[in-house]
Design a protein around this ligand. Structure first.
Ligand code: URA
Length: 422
């Protein structure tokens, strides 16, 4: 077998065999296949797609490229959740304690942000003292003990995915449905997940820009799940506007606390209730309606917030000293009218430029930096009203004024949840 023939086959839209895909993954891991050859193959895959069988093979070999975790000692009520990535997406911080407070175990391995999207581990790291690198033993013991643990994914899980994802990130090959599906599902297989709720984000701030692609991605991940004994539910959700009002690491922790204290309404809370209810329903084998009642009760009676405090304490975090930035800039409207657009992608880029995200893997993050959006879609804005507030330790001299759109007429309300696919 040879990599040039394999690249040529994909270039000519032919189907790769299981053996050829194994050869690619093994060869790339042991260095025989070079980055430039792998990049070329990834671009051919992005342009010419893959069949389901090719995708199953790719997922299988990426999943077995590292260690596999065995969650079976934790019992059958363990549920995982994964988002395909967005702006202001702090749902894991909220959902993990809600679901654990309902008696469903959450053993969550999360990632860091890259580009315009944030990552749960960076958000948790903004809490002084919080430990994000639990050993496998500490991780499992903690889930057994308090029902929830969140840690960064260990180096040895799905090693091929890690290496390929880093290459995709710098070669314009992230936005490929077969590559996204196999990347996410290979990690879930290696992590020993058996029940999974996937938040498939759709819109300008997401990897997937339209419903048709989101449906295909969801169906693929459900099929891969079926092949691997994983029960998968996909929730297709809006990422044209950011989730909640705060973007940036410690600001997102503060907003998560408001939701867990039951002090805040809006799209973030609504999505967290939806995702949590599906997780609890899967974990306890009860109806969605029964699960939703438990979720709403535990938000109202404080059990979800107490579970969050227990999680923070167990992982040595201290919520009293969340980092604060030196500079604050209020961005005011120059006109009046209805706020009809808040562009998630552009806000993600702005937040990154304030210091809240990384442009390159090695960049350090300013945990205090970010944005608070002070208005909601369809609010009437007067000239001079503060639309958003920027927090940063840098100087801000100019901002993109196409982030918000103000119009004479209201838009129809943004839909938050598009579809649920099982
Ligand atoms: N999340 C992943 O883990 N992989 C992708 O390819 C995209 C989003």
């Amino acid at each position: 077998m040879n990599i040039i023939n394999i690249i040529n086959k994909k270039r000519l839209k032919e189907t790769l065999t299981d053996e050829e895909i194994k050869y690619v993954i093994d060869g790339y891991l042991d260095g025989e296949i070079k980055d430039y050859q792998m990049s070329s193959l990834l671009m051919a895959i992005l342009l010419n797609d893959m069949t389901n069988d090719e995708i199953y093979s790719l997922t299988k070999y990426m999943a077995s490229s590292g260690e596999k975790l065995d969650l079976s000692p934790l019992g059958s009520n363990v549920v995982d959740k994964h988002s395909t990535g967005g702006v202001g997406d702090k749902t894991t911080l909220i959902i993990a304690p809600i679901v654990a407070s309902c008696g469903v175990k959450v053993a969550k391995m999360s990632g860091r942000g890259l580009g315009h999207t944030g990552g749960t581990i960076d958000k948790l790291e903004s809490i002084p003292g919080f430990i994000v690198n639990l050993s496998e033993e500490e991780f499992l013991n903690q889930v057994n003990d308090i029902g929830v643990a969140i840690t960064s994914q260990t180096e040895n899980i799905a090693i091929a995915d890690k290496k390929i994802y880093a290459l995709r990130d710098v070669t314009g090959t992230v936005e490929s449905i077969p590559l996204i599906a196999s990347s996410i599902m290979s990690k879930k297989i290696a992590l020993g997940t058996k029940k999974l709720v996937l938040d498939v984000k759709v819109g300008n701030g997401a990897l997937i820009k339209n419903i048709k692609d989101a449906r295909r991605l969801s169906k693929l991940m459900i099929d891969i799940g079926q092949h691997n004994n994983i029960d998968v539910i996909c929730i297709l959700t809006n990422m044209d506007i950011p989730l909640g009002s705060n973007i940036g690491n410690s600001l997102e922790v503060e907003e998560a606390i408001q939701i867990l204290k039951n002090n805040k309404e809006g799209n973030l809370r609504k999505l967290c209730v939806e995702l949590s209810s599906h997780m609890v329903s899967l974990g306890l084998n009860i109806s969605y309606e029964e699960a939703k009642t438990m979720v709403l009760d535990n938000l109202a009676n404080g059990l979800a917030y107490n579970k969050f405090l227990e999680l923070i304490k167990k992982q040595h975090g201290n919520l009293n000293n969340l980092p604060k930035s030196k500079n604050k800039y209020e961005i005011k409207s120059m006109t009046e009218g209805y706020l009809t657009e808040i562009n998630a992608y552009k806000l993600g880029l702005l937040s990154m430029s304030l210091g809240a995200g990384r442009e390159n893997k090695e960049d350090t993050i300013d945990y205090s930096a970010g944005i608070i959006i002070n208005k909601n879609i369809n609010d009437y804005i007067e000239k001079g009203d503060v639309i958003m507030t920027l927090y940063t330790n840098k100087e801000v001299t100019e901002i993109d004024n196409s982030i918000f759109k103000i119009s004479d007429k209201k838009n129809k309300d943004e839909q938050l949840i598009y579809e649920i696919i099982k």
